[in-house]
Write a protein that binds this ligand. Structure first.
Ligand SMILES: [Mn+2]
Length: 423
């Protein structure tokens, strides 16, 4: 059975990552390709609003791409019974090329017996000593695995038993895992390894649709589909792919794609917004049957409400990790209608940022507090990067904060200056 392609966005998913992956997976389905959307985490409030508005269920959560032991377990390997005879055990070893045999009673795992221990018994038969029973030879295995363990942790040599909550499941080995079909993954709205769902090395990236910088080294085994465009939103690129394929965009999908464009371009206010994003949004709004300005403000407001988030949640909101090769830092962002409530608790937020930074050994952890109305960002942070931040934005850092009028885009206006100031 071949596995469907998983189309997914980045970790800490935003509206673009959730909606564009749903839309691209649907396009593939409409083209007769076996694909399903996946998500790297919980939809944020803005995304939840969009999904709810257009009556679309969030896609399946993908925890990781690691090949699991359960996937490579031979469940048809019958265990020996505790009451089995030595002859039964000998027959078992005659038909299984393993050095251990599992012993179980009514599914309950009891232990293993060794091929060598059985051989000893046959020496006893020759020398006329009293023979042991299977139950006497039985012992706990040196190591056993459960179905949820990672297959890459299997020992290089030999067979192991697989046991879940005391129940015998089967046997497996490292070589059994080598032949497993790789999960095909299509990345949307990201390409940097740190933002990809864990375990991607066990899977196979077959395509990328993105509008971010190319960060890190994305290496693949074979040639893949790549479409990077410097537009404001991945959804704009996905909209183009529907057109290119001559496939009509379903109404609810148009609604989701529109939501992504509104979200990523902050209703066309972000400097990342292009004419192409605006044109796509207008077409999508017509299909979805919504008024862009009215729906757009409702959507942004749904996401801008951070009143029920803890400081820890705020400092991790839409957080992304970045690295210049030497140091790693994080930038989270909240977009709000009014920044005053958040700035009033700045000390608490900087404390939460420092905890986050220290716990993960980041050089710095940033939070962009972006005002949708003022089109400006108060950038606050923890970590000793005052000089870098000062240099990046040509401003004095006052008490772990810089005010950046006109700055709304992390990708275009915050990450590049910090990375170049680090050089
Ligand atoms: Mn995006």
């Amino acid at each position: 059975m071949t596995k469907p392609i998983i189309v997914t966005g980045h970790k800490s998913p935003d509206t673009d990552s959730i909606c564009s992956s749903i839309a691209l997976a649907r396009l593939k389905q409409l083209q007769g390709i076996d694909a399903i959307p996946g998500r790297a985490g919980e939809p944020n409030k803005e995304t939840a609003f969009a999904l709810n508005y257009f009556h679309v269920e969030p896609q399946q959560l993908i925890k990781d791409f690691y090949v699991k032991v359960g996937e490579v377990t031979h469940t048809d390997v019958e265990p020996l019974k505790v009451s089995a005879s030595l002859k039964d055990a000998a027959q078992w070893f005659a038909t299984h090329p393993a050095s251990i045999a599992p012993v179980a009673d009514n599914g309950a795992f009891r232990g293993v017996i060794d091929r060598t221990a059985l051989a000893e018994e046959f020496i006893k038969t020759v020398t006329g000593q009293e023979l042991s029973m299977v139950k006497d030879l039985m012992h706990d295995p040196d190591v056993f695995f459960s179905t949820s363990d990672r297959a890459c942790d299997l020992p290089e040599e030999g067979q192991v038993v697989v046991v879940d909550d005391g129940k015998y499941v089967g046997m497996t080995c490292a070589a059994c895992a080598a032949g497993v079909e790789k999960q095909k993954v299509f990345l949307v709205d990201h390409n940097e390894k740190k933002q990809i769902i864990d375990g991607i090395d066990d899977a196979e990236i077959i395509g990328v649709v993105d509008h971010h910088r190319i960060g890190g080294t994305l290496a693949t085994d074979g040639p893949i589909f790549i479409l990077f465009r410097p537009v404001g939103c991945s959804a704009t690129i996905v909209t183009g792919l529907y057109k290119q394929a001559g496939v009509a965009i379903p109404k609810e999908i148009a609604g989701l794609l529109l939501s992504a464009v509104i979200s990523d371009t902050v209703l066309f206010r972000s400097p990342t917004c292009t004419e192409e994003d605006k044109a796509a949004a207008h077409e999508l709004a017509a299909i979805a049957g919504v008024d862009i300005e009215k729906y757009g403000m409702e959507l942004l407001k749904a996401g801008a409400n951070v009143s029920d988030l803890t400081p820890e949640q705020i400092t991790k909101n839409d957080m992304k990790e970045f690295s210049d090769g030497n140091i790693t830092f994080t930038i989270a962002q909240v977009q709000v209608m009014d920044v005053s409530d958040l700035l009033a608790q700045k000390d608490v937020l900087v404390n939460a940022l420092e905890k986050l930074r220290a716990a993960n050994n980041y050089a710095a952890s940033f939070l962009m507090i972006t005002s949708i109305i003022d089109e400006a960002t108060n950038l606050i942070f923890a970590g000793n990067l005052d000089e870098v931040v000062g240099k990046a934005f040509g401003k004095d850092v006052l008490d772990k904060e810089v005010y950046l009028p006109g700055v709304m885009s992390r990708k275009k206006q915050v990450v590049p200056p910090i990375l170049s100031a680090l050089k």
